[in-house]
Write a protein that binds this ligand. Structure first.
Ligand code: NAI
Ligand SMILES: N[C@@H](CC=O)C(=O)O
Ligand code: NA
Length: 435
């Protein structure tokens, strides 16, 4: 059995995790891959990797690894979209197959990277790029290949879900929990990617391409983060029977494709509402199978390494079977990928949660109801809370029926203009997730 030779570039959280999983599980991996998987070289800086490199060749120049004659597969785990892109292109031009966990790179430059790989007869795999250890890419690309995918919705950022869970369950401060997520290796190098939804948008773009056969298009995603969510909103949502989660949602309809990342109220009894901590979950509605749910760790060294190594095993199996590109990079063969219209957010219809501060006097709530009604928005529930100690205004929470964002934006603009209402209404979509 000829060994499959691997070059790992970047020995941070995921790189060290991958190195350790390949070493610790070498026997089962070789038995499944039909060949031993051997790390012939690592490309790393001198920044104390969390793995024991004794006996392993180390290069301080990752581009050397991309050209190394003893490397069959280059594993890119440095992150970012500049050097990482150049590194992967160099590897492809040198005939190496590539495995990466880099969702930013795939979401933004995947179309050209896959085209270059196809031209040079090599394969690029990226299971770790979406939902960490959950094999969601394999599920969409292979397990669900007989379905039309109607929609998918997922908690696809571990850091964000960890923060929301700790705030909700233990009343912890946002910034303190974010610091812990960073220390645990969950967060991106720039954690605003996690908290402002950019990382989730990268992942959603990849899922949508796999699901609907559209080219990768990061610029088309509507993105809202979690940094403005307050503990009050979490408490009121809970009282009304909902939890707030940060969701990526992709829907295919006659109008086109919805691509959106935003905080969402979800009924408490839905499975996604109960996905906590660093766990991720993706709910996929297939035309034949109905709803299926994929759950597991969305970040962290060993879970992400699990996905990286799964890609390596897949490639090793292709090598032993003498095959190449058995499974297209984006599930659909390249010439079948087609641009579909993206539904503008103003036309996206959901129920809504609104929280405002209102003067406690007759007629204020009827003004709010009138403005909503003029925009064709009907109220499902309206609750007025007791004022906080010393406060003149009282919190008012409104749950509405389904309304397009355009109509809701106009209603909120008019309500905020009322003297008796505060000028920054908290406005969160609701998803019923009826699968
Ligand atoms: N941390 C996680 O849980 C997950 C991370 N990812 C992705 O995996 C990739 C790596 O992430 P982490 O391991 O968390 O990052 P990290 O920051 O822990 O590790 C990156 C490593 O690459 C090294 N590096 C950067 N540029 C280099 C260069 N030019 N030459 C040599 N070494 C270089 C850094 O020194 C660092 O050790 C990123 O694309 C990230 O988005 C994907 C899924 C989960
Ligand atoms: N920063 C990301 C890492 C995995 O993709 C996350 O928190 O989900
Ligand atoms: Na995955």
């Amino acid at each position: 059995m000829k060994a499959v030779r691997i070059g790992i570039c970047g020995l941070g959280t995921v790189g060290s995790g991958t190195f350790n999983v390949l070493r610790d599980n070498a026997d089962v991996i070789a038995a499944r891959a039909q060949a031993p998987l051997v790390v012939s070289v690592v490309g790393a800086r001198r920044d104390n990797p969390l793995c024991d490199l004794s006996g392993t060749r180390v290069s301080r120049d990752i581009f050397e690894v991309a050209k190394d004659p003893d490397v069959d597969i280059l594993v890119e785990l440095i992150g970012g979209t500049t050097v990482a892109k150049e590194l992967i292109e160099t590897a492809i031009l040198n005939g190496k197959h590539v495995v990466t966990a880099n969702k930013a790179l795939i979401a933004e430059f995947g179309n050209e990277i896959f085209a270059l790989a196809a031209k040079h007869g090599v394969t690029v795999r990226y299971e770790a790029a979406v939902a960490g250890g959950i094999p969601i890419i394999k599920a969409l690309r292979e397990g669900l290949a007989g379905n039309r995918i109607e929609w998918l919705a997922g908690i696809i950022n571990g850091t964000g879900n960890f923060i929301l869970s700790e705030m909700h369950d233990h009343g912890r401060e946002f910034s303190e929990v974010l610091a812990e997520a960073q220390a645990l290796g969950y967060a991106e190098a720039d954690p605003t990617f996690d908290v402002e939804g950019i990382d989730a948008a990268h992942k959603l773009v990849i899922l949508a391409s796999l699901a609907f056969g559209i080219p990768l298009q990061f610029e088309s995603v509507y993105t809202e983060g979690i940094s403005k969510l307050t503990p009050q909103d979490m408490d009121y949502a809970e009282e009304l029977g909902y939890r707030i989660k940060h969701l990526g949602v992709a829907v295919q309809s006659d109008a086109g494709i919805e691509l959106r990342v935003h905080p969402t109220l979800i009924p408490k009894d839905r499975l996604l509402a109960n996905v906590n901590g660093v766990k991720n979950a993706v709910l996929v509605e297939g035309s034949a199978v109905g709803p299926t749910l994929y759950y597991g760790a969305g970040a962290g060294a060993a879970p992400t390494a699990s996905a990286v190594v799964a890609d390596l095993v897949d490639l090793a199996r292709d090598f032993s079977a003498g095959q190449k590109n058995r499974v297209p990079a984006l599930s659909f063969v390249n010439k079948a990928l087609q641009d579909l219209p993206i539904v503008p957010m103003s036309d996206v219809v959901t129920p809504w949660y609104l929280r405002m501060e209102a003067e406690d006097k007759p007629g204020v709530l009827s003004q709010v109801a009138r403005i909503l009604s003029e925009q064709g928005i009907s109220i499902e529930a309206l609750i007025q809370k007791a004022p906080a100690a010393g406060a003149i205004r009282v919190p008012v929470i409104v749950l509405t029926n389904r309304a397009p964002q355009g109509k809701m934006d106009e209603a909120v603009r008019q309500i905020e203009a009322l003297d008796s209402i505060n000028s920054s209404i908290s406005c969160i979509r609701v998803e019923m997730l009826d699968g």
